[in-house]
Ligand binder design. Structure first.
Ligand code: ZN
Length: 284
């Protein structure tokens, strides 16, 4: 299976749910939540559920070989194993071809590939999978879910707080919940400053980028995520400038790859972002 959708659309949560449901001993098509298998799945310690994350930004052929090796070993306690490959779109062609061989082999394992861009997978890989598109949720769906699923042990949030968090969550229940519990994070505040500076002068853009460059590297990725969410909203809100917002959005996606690959300091990336926005701003 391929779960395809943008960052924050709940792919990992859906894969965890699917894996638990597949291996649940009650076999009701959903995790019963009480059998030993469900308890292990919820604790992230199920011996037959395997999660592969990119190493250094990419899924490497060695990781696919390890996955293949594991798929030949009998499951520990279940009828079959479940392999979840996070950011499967970050597999280079040799790794994808290795995966293709695994998918073609007659094992009883289940493979769930999580992608932000299923188009980056080889057609031969895609054709062997069932693709599920994960859509970002509408704010009122998120708000309804938050109202009916209060966090245990926490004071119930007001309707206003729920509406606000749902509106800012970019389609993700997880992010909405985080906003409700922790308020706006520092990367989110700086992203707001940056995106609103795009309607100001080149100097304001530079100041906003400089402020963001003080973030530690691990929070700078969150800054990018918040920026792209806000840019998508503004591209719709200001159709005349949509081209500008989309160009900045795409530039930030490229920078996010550089950040993941450890190419460039946060300060350098921030300065380049300021220069890029300032230059195209004057052109438009
Ligand atoms: Zn169960």
């Amino acid at each position: 299976m391929i779960f395809d959708g943008p960052f924050g659309s709940g792919k990992k949560a859906a894969a965890a749910y699917a894996a638990a449901a597949l291996l649940c001993r009650a076999k009701n098509g959903r995790p019963c939540g009480i059998c030993p298998s469900c308890a292990q799945a919820a604790a992230g310690s199920h011996p037959d559920i395997f999660l592969f994350n990119p190493e250094g930004g990419n899924i490497l052929i060695d990781q696919v070989r390890e996955l293949r090796r594991q798929s030949f070993i009998a499951p520990n306690q279940s009828p079959f194993k479940v392999f979840i490959i996070n950011r499967a779109d970050r597999m280079n062609p040799p790794a994808q071809n290795a995966l293709l061989k695994v998918l073609e082999e007659p094992t009883s394992s289940v493979f769930i590939l999580l992608t932000e861009n299923a188009g980056a997978l080889l057609q031969t890989v895609r054709s062997r999978c069932r693709i599920y598109a994960m859509e970002p949720l509408a704010p009122d769906v998120i708000a309804e879910w938050l109202s009916s699923h209060p966090t245990p042990g926490q004071k119930a949030p007001t309707a206003d707080a729920i509406r606000e968090a749902a509106g800012r969550a970019d389609g993700s229940i997880g992010r909405a919940r985080q906003l409700l519990e922790n308020g706006l994070s520092r990367p989110a505040r700086l992203a707001e400053e940056f995106v609103s500076s795009l309607r100001g002068s080149a100097l304001q853009i530079m100041e906003a980028c400089l402020a963001a460059s003080a973030l530690p590297r691990n929070e700078y990725g969150d800054f990018y995520t918040e920026c792209t969410a806000l840019l998508a909203v503004d591209a719709l809100a200001y159709p005349a400038d949509a081209g500008y917002y989309i160009a900045v959005y795409e530039y930030i996606q490229q920078q996010r790859d550089k950040l993941l690959e450890n190419n460039g300091s946060v300060f350098a990336l921030s300065s380049q972002l300021a220069a890029f926005c300032g230059t195209i701003y004057r052109r438009t």
